[in-house]
Design a protein around this ligand. Structure first.
Ligand SMILES: O=C(O)CCC(=O)C(=O)O
Length: 271
């Protein structure tokens, strides 16, 4: 067991929740959420999956992405980016035209050769070129610039927590999110790799690609939730939830984190 690090919002979130019962259901809505419903879920710090529109415009194709943003160069992650101890610190990055990367996704290359376009910063205008993937419930100034996550089956992001609220729009494909609540922080072998630059990024040394690690967590009674999020759906992931993310099929996700200097995690505003 390690102590919780007093860096970023995590200690405050942990303290506000450590004695509360853990609700392990993710609210999943086949449709939109009203502002009131969202607020009632967010103050409890509960994850939620919903849709922003049901007219088909919340889904795009790789071809449309290529048409709209394909001409730029992007940074692709290579190497053992799925290994917890190497995550963030020793991954390699290569610049490549986005259109080439998109084409490589339909080839037979393995993820280790094709790489993962993870956490690539976009502008709001870039997002609007793809579609109306702007988060609801907050004003746009409360958010950092959005990030794009594009990759093929088997891309993985290891277990970590960002400590700020997140809206993740899934535009094509599907991802499985494994979620562990903040109450388990002391059991997850956590460190803070960049306390100055990214005080809310806390990473776990547990490799959830290994069945024995998952089995051990279950044996120790650590709560784990799995939720698959598909094209057209948005995952609202409140600050405090550790997440391990597996790409199940070629996927595009655009996420928006709240800017830590502009707004607190919703669950802390209720305290
Ligand atoms: O989709 C991924 O691979 C990781 C996404 C993530 O960690 C996040 O949105 O916070």
């Amino acid at each position: 067991m390690s102590n919780i690090s007093n860096v970023g919002f995590l200690k405050a979130i942990y303290d506000s929740r450590k004695d509360k019962e853990i609700d392990l259901t993710v609210v999943c809505r086949q449709g939109e959420l009203s502002q009131e419903e969202f607020e009632s879920i967010a103050v409890l710090g509960r994850p939620c999956v919903f849709q922003v529109r049901r007219d088909g415009t919340s889904v795009v194709s790789p071809y449309e992405l290529l048409q709209r943003l394909g001409d730029r160069d992007v940074e692709i992650r290579f190497g053992n980016f799925h290994k917890p101890n190497e995550y963030s610190t020793s991954r390699q990055v290569r610049r490549q035209p986005l259109k080439e990367y998109i084409r490589s996704l339909s080839g037979r290359g393995a993820v280790k050769d094709v790489g993962y376009l993870g956490n690539y910063r976009l502008t709001v205008d870039d997002v609007l070129k793809i579609g109306e993937f702007i988060p609801p419930f907050h004003s746009l100034d409360a958010f950092q610039l959005p990030s794009m996550w594009l990759g093929k089956k088997d891309c993985v992001t290891p277990l970590h927590v960002d400590g700020i609220d997140n809206f993740a729009f899934h535009l094509f494909g599907a991802k499985r999110w494994t979620l562990i609540p903040v109450q388990a922080y002391p059991d997850l072998g956590v460190s803070v790799p960049f306390p100055e630059k990214a005080p809310n990024l806390h990473t776990s040394s547990l490799d959830l690609t290994l069945g024995k690690v998952r089995a051990d967590l279950k044996r120790r009674g650590i709560p784990i939730i799995e939720v698959t999020v598909k094209a057209g759906e948005v995952l609202y992931l409140p600050a405090g939830w550790f997440h391990f993310v597996e790409t199940l099929e070629t996927s595009l996700m655009i996420n928006w984190w709240i800017d830590k200097d502009k707004a607190l995690p919703a669950a802390l505003t209720a305290a």
